[in-house]
Design a protein around this ligand. Structure first.
Ligand code: IPM
Ligand code: MN
Length: 378
């Protein structure tokens, strides 16, 4: 019998309550499909940070690196200045483990209403593959007062290290700048992953950029895409500017099968994607390093307003759990979870408020467990 240990970071706000349901469903899947699952809880998040100043410690990262998949609830708390927890925990994990793929399925499940008129589940079913370690997320920039100054900026990665030395002289009141970086290998590896995923699907891959204006950085992305595409003559490819693709997401979502995008545009278009698939409560994401430690999470935040109220939708988190099982090779269990989620939605058995129901977070988890058992008995 296979046996899996999964590190869990429930985190802040509604994180712990949605993670509880996710674990419950995965445990039920383990029982049905006869594997063993156990959890290692990590107390990482706002509360500990406020008490001790600790975000995520080097030893914790080392410990986490022993596992294939981390299960994360949410981080973020209004008591902590915006950015501290996000950068110190979430982005830290993505960068430390070089999780260069951010996989976000945009799929309208049966029974879910999309805000886009006349679109059906068969019209909204694509994958966004967001580059997850570079672009304007590399964290180098600064604010500079009037006059002359020197700035040393450093970027140290497993893939490469870069030093920028800037001599700045300006007579504006004050300026700020941020440097975005895309490396050839950084782009190549995620684009290649996207082509591989396209080969398993409808063989249609779209690349997103803004090469008409930010032509150095995104012109480079486009060139790398062009090079990688030569290895996949069977995949039909298209380029979209990021502004235009937001329009097509709403007007013709059925055009898309797999989309690959640099980091920041991926961040933006996947919130739109989440809405067209029925809302943030239904959108999971995987931060993937195919040969290392990955992390799976709902893409929504910690929703502090709803903390402890037992009203939040746990489906995004349960779906993220299904993605973990898929990664671990438990394909049948992963599929059964997704089928049970869909069954629950289409029969409207237990729906939280965001979906027009009045069920609690816990009732949704329980209903999905029941549905899984039914599906398995059929
Ligand atoms: C996301 C979030 C994060 C991001 C934030 C919280 C750092 O918006 O996962 O999409 O920008 O990547
Ligand atoms: Mn985001």
């Amino acid at each position: 019998m296979s046996s899996y240990k999964i590190p869990v970071i429930p985190g802040d706000g509604i994180g712990p309550e949605v993670i509880t349901e996710g674990k419950k469903v995965m445990e039920a899947a383990a029982e049905l499909f006869q594997f063993d699952i156990s959890w290692i809880d990590f107390d990482i998040g706002a509360e500990r940070y406020i008490k001790t100043g600790k975000l995520i410690e080097e030893e914790e990262l080392k410990e986490l690196s022993r596992y294939k998949a981390i299960y994360l609830g949410a981080v973020g708390d209004p008591k902590v200045k915006p950015g501290i927890l996000e950068k110190g925990i979430l982005l830290k994990i993505r960068f430390y483990f070089d999780q260069y793929i951010n996989l976000r399925p945009i799929k309208l499940l049966k029974g879910v209403e999309t805000p886009i008129k006349n679109k059906k589940p068969e019209d909204i079913n694509f994958l966004v593959i967001r580059e997850n370690t570079e672009d304007f997320y590399v964290g180098i920039g600064g604010r500079v007062e009037r006059g002359k100054s020197k700035q040393e900026l450093e970027l140290a990665r497993d893939l490469y290290s870069i030093k920028f030395g800037l001599d700045i002289e300006h007579d504006a009141d004050e300026i700020a700048y941020q440097i975005g970086v895309i490396s050839k290998e950084g782009a190549r590896r995620v684009i290649e992953y996207a082509f591989e995923r396209s080969m398993e699907r409808r063989k249609n891959l779209s690349s997103v950029d803004k090469a008409n204006v930010l032509s150095d950085i995104y012109g480079f992305w486009r060139d790398v895409f062009g090079e990688v595409s030569k290895g996949y003559p069977d995949v039909e490819t298209s380029f979209y500017f990021v502004d235009a693709i937001t329009m097509w997401f709403v007007k013709n979502p059925e055009w898309f099968d797999v989309i690959v995008t640099p980091n920041m545009f991926g961040d933006i278009i996947t919130d739109l994607g989440a809405m067209i698939q029925g809302g943030m409560g239904l959108a999971p994401g995987g931060n993937i390093n195919p040969s290392g430690t990955s992390m799976f999470e709902p893409i929504h935040g910690s929703a502090p307003k709803y903390k402890g109220k037992n009203v939040s939708n746990p489906i995004a988190t349960i779906w993220a759990g299904s993605m973990i099982l898929e990664t671990l090779g438990e394909k049948k269990a992963a599929k059964t979870i997704l089928d049970a989620i869909e069954e629950n939605l289409s029969q409207r058995v237990a729906l939280t408020r965001d979906l027009g129901g009045d069920s609690t977070t816990k009732e949704v988890g329980d209903a999905i467990v029941r549905m899984m058992k039914n599906i398995e008995q059929k």
